[in-house]
Design a protein around this ligand. Sequence first.
Ligand code: NDP
Length: 254
Amino acid sequence: MSGVLDGTVALVTGASSGIGAETARRLAREGAAVALVARRRERLDAVAAEIVEAGGRAVVVEGDVSERSSAEAAVKQAVESLGRLDILVNNAGVMLLGPAQQASLDDWERMLSINVNGVLAVTHAALPHLVRAAEDSARGVADVVTISSTAGRVARPGSSVYNLTKFGVNAFSEALRQELVPQRVRVGVIEPGTVDTELVTHNSAAVREATERQLATIEALQPSDIADAVAYMVTRPRRVAVNELLVRAAEQTW
Ligand code: NDP
């Protein structure tokens, strides 16, 4: 496969399903060699096999981004396998919903550890490689894209800690963006609306049913719609930095 991203290397966290898997396929189609990071090895192997079958290059890196050592090892392994790192897509995340009074503190901590600490650990480990890539690549830039959410813009009942994590990564990304302008590392967030993925399946039956009822009222986004947004951001010429994309399902009012 060949395209605008020829010669680049992308690392996608949460590449075993949903938005991350589709983003990995899409970036490979644009010419990037892709490192696929997540915990479910078999799912990663299947995505990597599809990419290779289609003529692309992919490596599987089993890792848990919520564990600092595992996140750091994943970045190291990706760079050792593919030689460099031009694009980081922080996509791994969980959404555990429900009223605060009934919530489990374990669930809240799990969201913080994956959606926030995971982003921090992977980004921190990736930055030196991204700065180097911006200096020595033909593109003359490197990219950090974090998958936030509409929940990073609008807080709602039942979503308090998920909101906290997504507002948090938006703030982190904006500060990082300003810091890294001189080094030509572009930093952006994508804020998807409702996407048809496995995200809601980790919730209680009551939350799953409520979400399914809401989903039945609209045509949800597909993971490829968000992969398109990622690809758009990272394939812009050097003079363009797309820092934020809010992508809702067309019928979504919330
Ligand atoms: P999925 O549940 O399909 O994907 C989540 C991915 O995150 C999986 O690949 C999972 O892999 C990975 N993941 C979870 N925990 C960890 C961990 N500790 N270490 C490494 N990887 C992990 O859901 P989506 O594709 O929908 O979610 C992707 C992102 O999009 C999330 O950040 C989510 O908040 C965001 N988002 C989703 C929306 C939606 O409506 N679906 C809307 C807005 C934002 P594994 O289990 O193999 O580790």
